[in-house]
Structure formats: structure tokens, C-alpha cells
Write a protein that binds this ligand. Structure first.
Ligand code: UD1
Ligand code: UDP
Length: 388
């Protein structure tokens, strides 16, 4: 086809803001710069929800995500204040740029703000990681997911369970020309799985994290804690830290804890039962700053056991065949619990220690294939091009 006859590229505005969204954007950005080059044009808008270099900038350079064309600098705050600032900035950009569609990931306040801003301006919205449900509206993420899904035009589900969840809410089926009132729901697979496959070899070659921390593969445990429900309740946070310290001794293995800034801040505000003193006095608990993605997947892949309240880290533990203790009482990734790779232990030290002992004593059963084939990003691009 002569250049003048080529259809105009599809103009997507991708909105990111929190660490996991920048990581997820890497998969789609690879597809857009690769097989879909010339057919899709993507610009990124960063809300500024996460601003520390090791929560944001580091991932753009490490994972080859294009620099944001717009940065709102919205920063931290209460849910309402943070979301409102983002909506104002997003609305300004959307009114002047009028992209063909807005694309969002996951379930953060950034996701919600972009969904509301786009929906009110009647700009079609594509939600990647649609249909997840923990069935617990005490989690801010559950509210964000529900609202975003119900104003989306394209709902890209990572798993069959997510498709079924949407079906129960009256959202179903792929459509030729979807709209916000008659959206298209499809099973795309998981862009995080795409990323884990893509970056695993690179991590093996480039990451020096194991050497830097003096860890032998298969000899340590990995933990992350950052969910509001755990960090902002001093008693729960104290119990979790105590459980990790006990685990160092009971498993005779060091525990690595890359600490989210929210958790560090909250720990600074409490000193229940000498939690900080306990942390400082335990050489087997390696508290480190947040690490890059290549380091993180290298840690996940070589850990004996993963303990986390993160959505993404639960799944990556599954991708690398590692057992996972979920430090919550509910998860939106119910399949992981159903297949025996993960177990819900809440912030209960006794349950954590019992399940850790069980996991460390036995191998995982063979794990099913749940998250697609590593080509979710390409599938999403194809569908958007065919349906807009
Ligand atoms: C947010 C998401 C959560 C997601 C997580 C990923 C919401 C409601 N929550 O939680 O779903 O799992 O991101 O990591 O959107 N902070 C810094 N520097 C940073 C980032 C955060 O200091 O770069 C501190 C600030 O004190 C801030 C606090 O962490 O107030 C919480 O940050 P915020 O973005 O509001 O929520 P997260 O806990 O990161
Ligand atoms: N991650 C990372 N460095 C860290 C902790 C997490 O690169 O120190 C990555 C992790 O591999 C996963 C994503 O961040 O891809 C998960 O983000 P987070 O736990 O912040 O949020 P959630 O997934 O719970 O929304």
C-alpha cells in the first residue's frame, strides 16, 4: 500500500503512575515499537503517583518504556485529594490531545482517575487486567477495579476467572464495534507473564543482586509488604515483621525484604513492641530499598519461598514456580490459591510459620497454565486495531 493510502495510526494515550503500571507498560510498548510500529502511536502520561527514582524512573530506563510525554506530578495524599488532582490534570490533557483511546492498567488511584476523566469526556477506555475481584470492598483497589471496568469500552482479561467475574456483572462477549454501553470483553492473557518470559534471561545475565546481597540461589526467602491494610495498622505491621524475624530462625534462611516507601514511612511512625529495634538487631533480615525489575525477578526465581501482599509479586512467584504465602485474607488471584501454589495467611504469624514450614518441606504440585502464552500485548494491539 502506498504511504498516502495507509490508514492513520491509532493514537493511544497510556496512563501510568504506580510502579507496577510502568512495568506492565513495558510489554505493550515492545509490541507497539515492534510488530505494530506505524499502525499504533502511543504517548505516555505519568500521573506522578509514584515519584521516587526507585519506584518510577528506574523502570523506564531498565525496561525500555518510552519517557512520558506528560507528567502531572500529582504526588501522594489521601485517596480523594490524590485522585482529584490526577483527574484535573488528566482532563486538561485529554481535552487538548483527544486521543483515539485511553489505556490503563490494574487497579490503582491512577487507573481510577484516568477511567473517570476519559469516561466523562466520552473518550473510549481500554482496561488491561480487567475483571479481577477480591470481593472485598475494604480494599481501595477493589473499588477502583469495579468502577474502571464499568466505564471501559475494552476489557482485557488476564484469566478465565476474570472473564467469568465480568459475565456475572453483566459484561460479556467480544464485539465488532464496542462502546462504553456495549463493551468488548476478551481473554488476552497477562502482560506481566509476557514480561516475566521476556526479561527472565536478561535478569539472569545482568542482575548482580544475589552476589551483592551475599545470597546463594535457593537459600533465602523473599518478602514484600506494602498494602494499606497491612502498613497503616501498626499492630498488623508489627506482627508481620515479627513473623519474618521468626522465619529467619525457623527456616535457617535469610529473608530479603525490599521495602516499599509506604512501609518505611509507617515503620518510622510506630515502635510497637520494639519493631524497629527488632529489625535492626536481626542480621538475617535484609531490609533493602526497592529494587529494579531485573533484580526482583532474579530474587523471585531463586527464592525458596515468597511472602507478599503484592498482587504482582504473587503472580510472578507463580510464573517462576515458587510457593507463595499471601499476607492478606483475600486475593484477587484466586486461581493461585486453588492450584496450591499460594496460601492466604493474613497477618497471622502462627499461620505464616505453619504454612512456611509446609511449603519448605515439600515440592509444589505441577502448576496449571493460567495466564496465557506470553503474547497478551500483541493480542491487545490486534483487537484494538480491529475494533476501533
Ligand atoms: C499504590 C496502589 C496499590 C499498589 C501500589 C503499588 C492505590 C490506592 N494503591 O499503593 O494498589 O499496589 O501503589 O506499589 O492506588 N511513597 C513515596 N514515594 C513513592 C511512592 C510512595 O514516598 O515513590 C509513599 C508516600 O508516603 C505515599 C505512600 O507511599 O503517601 C503511599 O503511596 P500511594 O501511591 O498513595 O499508595 P501505595 O501504597 O504506593
Ligand atoms: N517490584 C520491583 N521491585 C521491588 C518490588 C516489586 O520491581 O522492590 C515489581 C514486581 O516484580 C512486580 C511489581 O513490582 O512486577 C509489583 O508491584 P507492587 O508490589 O508495588 O504492586 P502491586 O502488584 O501489588 O499492585
Amino acid at each position: 500500500m502506498a504511504r498516502s493510502e495507509m490508514p492513520a495510526p491509532l493514537r493511544i494515550l497510556t496512563v501510568v503512575g504506580a510502579r507496577p503500571q510502568i512495568i506492565k507498560a513495558a510489554a505493550l510498548s515492545r509490541a507497539i515499537e515492534g510488530p505494530f510500529r506505524g499502525r499504533i502511536e502511543q504517548q505516555l502520561l505519568h500521573t506522578g503517583q509514584h515519584a521516587d527514582a526507585n519506584m518510577s524512573d528506574m523502570f523506564f530506563s531498565e525496561l525500555g518504556v518510552p519517557a512520558p510525554a506528560v507528567h502531572l506530578g500529582s504526588g501522594a495524599g489521601t485517596h480523594g485529594a490524590q485522585t482529584a488532582r490526577m483527574i484535573e490534570g488528566l482532563e486538561r490533557t485529554l481535552m487538548s490531545d483527544r486521543p483515539d483511546l485511553v489505556l490503563v492498567y490494574g487497579d490503582t488511584n491512577t487507573t481510577l482517575a484516568a477511567a473517570l476523566a476519559a469516561a466523562k469526556l466520552s473518550i473510549p477506555l481500554a482496561h488491561v487486567e480487567a475483571g479481577l475481584r477480591s470481593f472485598d470492598k475494604r480494599m481501595p483497589e477493589e473499588v477502583n477495579r469495579l468502577l474502571c471496568d464499568h466505564c471501559s469500552t475494552w476489557l482485557f482479561c488476564p484469566t478465565n476467572t476474570a472473564v467469568e467475574n465480568l459475565l456475572r456483572e453483566g459484561l460479556a462477549g467480544m464485539r465488532a464495534r464496542p462502546t462504553a454501553d456495549a463493551p468488548s470483553v476478551s481473554l488476552s492473557g497477562d502482560v506481566m507473564y509476557d514480561n516475566s518470559l521476556h526479561f527472565a534471561q536478561l535478569a539472569q545475565e545482568r542482575s548482580t543482586v544475589l552476589r551483592d546481597l551475599g545470597l546463594r540461589p535457593g537459600s533465602f526467602l523473599l518478602a514484600t509488604i506494602h498494602r494499606e491494610g497491612n502498613t497503616d495498622d501498626p499492630q498488623r505491621l508489627g506482627r508481620l515483621i515479627h513473623a519474618l524475624v521468626q522465619l529467619v530462625h525457623e527456616s535457617a534462611s535469610p529473608v530479603v525484604l525490599p521495602m516499599h516507601p509506604r512501609t518505611r514511612k509507617q515503620l518510622g511512625l510506630i515502635d510497637s513492641k520494639g519493631t524497629q529495634a527488632l529489625l535492626a538487631a536481626e542480621p538475617g533480615l535484609h531490609v533493602v530499598d526497592p529494587v529494579g525489575f531485573l533484580d526482583m525477578i532474579q530474587l523471585e526465581r531463586h527464592a525458596r519461598l515468597v511472602l507478599t501482599d503484592s498482587g504482582g509479586v504473587q503472580k510472578e512467584a507463580f510464573f517462576f514456580g515458587r510457593p507463595c504465602i499471601v499476607l492478606r485474607d483475600k486475593t484477587e488471584w484466586a486461581e493461585l490459591v486453588a492450584c496450591g501454589q499460594a496460601v492466604l495467611c493474613d497477618a497471622d504469624p502462627q499461620r505464616i510459620l505453619i504454612e512456611a514450614e509446609r511449603f519448605l518441606a515439600q515440592d509444589l504440585p505441577p502448576l496449571p497454565s493460567i495466564f496465557g502464552d506470553g503474547h497478551a500485548a500483541e493480542r491487545i494491539c490486534e483487537e484494538l486495531l480491529a475494533q476501533v
